[in-house]
Ligand binder design. Structure first.
Ligand code: G4P
Length: 525
């Protein structure tokens, strides 16, 4: 197989959902179909249960599991599929955002009874921003839930994307009889079973009496009526609209019962995009280019506190990454080579010689990499697309052990490189401010500082509303603003000016008073 063929058969995607909608279960079933695992129950949920905010064993366990399940690659029907896992807990949303920069498409799982939930809405915003193609899987059809049309309406409204069902459920809950696959025109009958795949009937004509025999007259008639309505309401599936991120095909099923999953997978490999061009500041990089380029989207610190080694997860954007070949680390302007790059197949890591565009390669690292770093065959490139979002919670971080100042500094710096949270330094008093998405991140930082760096920290409360990156073409106005707001100005890790607004009102006033200043809520603009 040549380079182009190798790349074109790759499908790299993430599954996103609100916790409990069934992401882990669906992932597992996809792996089962791919033959990557052989028994159900092999994929551990990476979620931290709500009660576990102070249960450190749980967090450590989660970190261990998430290395193993960060990337799950498997072969299916001559396609190479890479599922990138995203943390279930909303306090790690930033991790999920970054993972979404490394995928070419997304499958959204929705609980049929609950519809669109908050976390899904937030993640979809990121997909919309990036125009990532999405497929929706409405899960838990074996439970009592809402009407399929109601769910579709809600998805359109809440997620801001047009939908087109490609399968249609026959009943729901106790009366769930199966799905009619509109894409392949066949009927799949549901027999609740967690381990095996249910029967499939090739029925190309929806008026066929065979359907009545199989599911009963009433259900058959309802199916025909529903499908007539579907065909009337929704326009035919347009592949290019899906690829442009404007149209989401929808499937119905029950992940727990392995039902509707094969339809999803078969359609997914056919319609989902192969690795797509990636924007660098200098130019657009095409995956089919011969020369290797890639960027670090995730860093995972090792569990063993005695050896501070990490794994940097690199998304290969073009060409082929090879073992023991020198590549250029652009930020450090130095040549590095890797003798033990790992690929992720199923839940195993293994040392590999070649990794193609679209794949993820894990590089053992001892502190060379930061989130967002670019690695190339030599060209000076900087990939875009790893924005930091304005955090929602802020605290001053203080040293609680004067003898360990150095360790604390180092610990904070490395944890920030890993992308655990964001660091700002107040321009007024030089104090360090940590910004996070949720309380759990503060607890993780404190715990890891103590256990990995032997440093103690103390938090001091800080009431802030948002951190906004500011810029303006009007130098004078920018200077005035910074003077006026001196006590609320801070600097991010790249030395950029950040306005720490302490309330929504203050921010609105600032926006009105300083019309020539742009306030950005992500670090990339
Ligand atoms: P998540 O990763 O999105 O958080 O969800 P996960 O797959 O862990 O699923 C959440 C719960 O929903 C699990 O039950 C799982 O068994 C159940 N579930 C997933 N898919 C279906 C489905 O199609 N039908 C039904 N009825 N249930 C489904 P749990 O009791 O929380 O966990 P467990 O003890 O079963 O693992």
């Amino acid at each position: 197989m040549n380079l182009q063929e190798e790349i074109k058969r790759r499908r790299t995607f993430a599954i996103i959902s609100h916790p409990d909608a069934g992401k882990t279960t669906l992932t597992e079933k996809l792996l089962l179909y791919g033959g990557a695992i052989h028994v159900a129950g092999a994929v551990k949920s990476n979620k931290i249960r709500k009660t576990a905010t102070s249960d450190w064993m749980e967090i450590e366990k989660q970190r261990g599991i998430s290395v193993a399940t960060s990337v799950m690659g498997f072969e299916y029907d001559n396609y190479k599929i890479n599922i990138l896992d995203t943390p279930g807990h909303q306090d790690f949303a930033e991790d999920t955002f970054r993972t979404l920069t490394a995928v070419d498409s997304v499958i959204i799982v929705i609980d049929a009874a609950k519809g669109v939930e908050t976390q899904t809405r937030k993640l979809m915003e990121v997909c919309r921003m990036r125009k990532t193609p999405v497929i929706v899987f409405v899960n838990k059809m074996d439970r009592e839930g809402r009407d399929a049309f109601d769910n579709l309406d809600e998805i359109e409204q809440e997620l801001g994307i047009r939908v087109r069902p490609l399968s249609w459920p026959i009943g729901i809950g106790q009366n769930f009889k199966g799905v009619y696959n509109l894409y392949e025109q066949n009927l799949n009958l549901f027999t609740p079973n967690k381990q095996t795949i249910s029967e499939r009937h090739e029925i190309t004509d929806i008026t066929s009496q065979e359907i009545d025999t199989l599911v009963g007259e009433r259900a058959a008639q309802k199916l025909r009526d529903d499908i007539e309505l579907v065909e009337g309401v929704y326009t035919a599936f347009d592949h290019s609209e899906y690829l442009a991120g404007n149209l989401a095909p929808v499937f119905f099923g029950s992940a727990l019962n392995s039902f509707g999953v094969k339809e999803l997978l078969d359609c997914f490999v056919r319609i989902a995009p192969y690795p797509q061009p990636v924007e660098a500041i200098e130019r657009t990089v095409n995956p089919m280019e011969d020369r290797f380029t890639g960027f670090v989207f995730k860093i995972h610190a090792n569990m063993d506190p005695n050896h501070r080694s990490c794994i940097a997860f690199v998304k290969v954007c073009s060409g082929c990454f090879e073992r023991n070949v020198y590549y250029k680390h652009i930020r450090q302007q130095k040549q590095l080579r890797f003798s033990a790059p790992t690929a992720f197949m199923a839940q195993k890591k293994e040392v590999v010689d070649e990794v193609f565009a679209g794949d993820i390669v894990g590089l053992p690292d001892t502190g060379n990499f930061k989130i967002g770093d670019t690695l190339t065959s030599g060209e000076d490139l900087h990939f875009r697309g790893l924005p930091s979002f304005s955090p929602e919670m802020f605290k001053y971080i203080e040293n609680a052990d004067p003898m360990k100042q150095k360790q604390l500094e180092k610990g904070i710096a490395q944890l920030m490189d890993e992308g655990v949270a964001q660091l700002f330094v107040s321009q007024l008093n030089g104090r360090k401010i940590i910004g996070t998405v949720g309380q759990l991140q503060f607890e993780v930082i404190q715990y890891r500082l103590e256990h990995e760096y032997q440093a103690l920290c103390r938090w001091e409360p800080l009431q802030l509303y948002k951190a906004c990156w500011i810029e303006s073409d009007d130098e004078q106005e920018l200077r005035n603003f910074k003077l006026r707001k001196a006590q609320f100005m801070a600097t991010d890790r790249d030395g950029r000016d950040v306005f720490m607004a302490d309330s929504r009102y203050v921010l609105q006033m600032a926006q009105e008073d300083f019309k020539h200043i742009k306030f950005h809520f992500t670090s990339e603009f």
